[in-house]
Write a protein that binds this ligand. Structure first.
Ligand SMILES: Cc1cc2nc3c(=O)[nH]c(=O)nc-3n(C[C@H](O)[C@H](O)[C@H](O)COP(=O)(O)O)c2cc1C
Length: 370
């Protein structure tokens, strides 16, 4: 089999280059309220915080640094003795774009993986289990562990961010692809990695077809618009949603952005820009959970987060690409193209090399804990 073609999961632990900070991302320090909020949101945790309550708070903060569709942050955290429960917050679901809550549970899986990695760095157990009773969700064990395990992926948590923009088209080396392929082994999720130019082009075509279909749907656009923060002020006030600058667009007054949104979204220029972005990727990774239920989606989320953190540790850019999964015909075609033993992919990540983007914000501890 072509080693740069299709990979299945293999058992290994993630490795790679270690930590960095916001300043190391090559951006000049910025002044202003948004830059201050970003620094506060993404500050690296100090492992030797000592008191367990300090550690628990940091574990929850690191969990919230996980990605979520349109930065909806659809989670609620509850700390109990020796465990952290991560519940779905269904008030933040995307009813039209994500009717079965697959994306919501993927985000919960990402948050649980961050919590698990952070717990182990604080000398706690960190085992993740699906927890269907009560409010549902996931459970992370916080009993004392035999040793502290600060890993490259722990240091990658405050550095990770979605690379929404243009990449430079370069493909990662075979070693990097191999580390990415191994990063999410042992979770029972089948991963197919694509890094040949021909397949990248084919996936880009499918993504663009799905993008055009979706942007022609006014109800879907209306739902999306509710989660776009067009102005810095709105981004700072809400601390959720997708801030325009994170997508490489200029900030506008919220009312103006909302007014222009429906007019511009389906336009040729937007589709062309999207096409250029997906084509600039150095590769794609598709994730197959094998079943259509919350447990399986959460496992996919955990695998995706490990992959994204490993990419960050390797100084690669990466981001989820959801459009080809939200149009069923395209999703089926994508599944057929990837020759997985499963029919339908649950998540797709593009990766490659590119400049850092504007960082997103998160809601504070008080708003996400119950
Ligand atoms: C299930 C899921 C689907 C996502 N879909 C997309 C997508 O289609 N395109 C994209 O650029 N980012 C996508 N993202 C990334 C989010 O937009 C991003 O996580 C969020 O805006 C917060 O930004 P951050 O990842 O930089 O912290 C997705 C994330 C998740 C978890």
């Amino acid at each position: 089999m072509n080693p740069r073609g299709v990979f299945a999961t293999v058992a290994a632990s993630p490795t790679g280059s270690t930590a960095g900070t916001l300043a190391e991302e090559g951006r000049p320090a910025q002044a202003g309220a948004y830059a201050i909020a970003v620094r506060e949101t993404w500050r690296p945790a100090e492992i030797a915080t000592g008191a367990p309550s300090g550690a628990h708070r940091e574990i929850i903060r690191y969990a919230t640094l996980a990605p979520s569709s349109l930065n909806t942050q659809p989670w609620k955290f509850r700390l109990r003795s020796r465990e952290l429960l991560i519940h779905p917050d269904f008030t933040r679901r995307l009813l039209l774009a994500d009717p079965d809550d697959a994306r919501l549970f993927i985000a919960l899986g990402c948050a649980a993986e961050n919590a698990s990695i952070a717990a182990r760095a604080f000398g706690l157990n960190g085992t993740v289990a699906y927890h269907p009773s009560g409010l549902g969700g996931l459970r992370v064990e916080l009993s004392a562990a035999a040793h502290i395990e600060p890993s490259a992926v722990f240091h990658a948590i405050p550095r990770r961010h979605s690379g929404h923009g243009l990449y430079d088209g370069r493909m990662p080396s075979e070693r990097e692809v191999d580390l990415l392929a191994r990063s999410a082994a042992d979770l029972g999720v089948h991963i197919v990695l694509v890094s040949t130019r021909f397949q990248i082009e084919r996936i880009a075509e499918l993504a663009c077809a799905a993008y055009a279909t979706q942007r022609a749907d006014s109800a879907l656009l209306e739902e999306r618009k509710k989660w776009i923060r067009f102005s810095e002020r709105e981004a700072l006030r809400r601390r959720d949603g997708l801030f325009a600058r994170c997508e490489g667009r200029p900030a506008l007054p919220q009312w103006l952005g909302e007014g222009l949104f429906a007019l511009s979204s389906g336009r040729y220029a937007h589709c062309a820009r999207y096409a250029q972005q997906v084509r600039s990727s150095g590769g794609f990774a598709a994730f197959f959970g094998g079943r259509s239920d919350p447990r399986s989606w959460a496992a996919v989320g955990r695998a995706c987060e490990r992959f994204l953190l490993q990419a960050t540790a390797l100084n690669l850019r990466a981001a989820m690409v959801v459009e080809p999964l939200e149009v069923r015909a395209v999703r089926l075609e994508l599944g057929a193209l990837l020759h997985s033993r499963y029919q339908l992919p649950d998540a797709l990540i593009r990766f490659g090399y590119g400049p850092p983007g504007t960082r997103s914000l998160r809601r504070p501890h008080e708003e996400v804990t119950i």
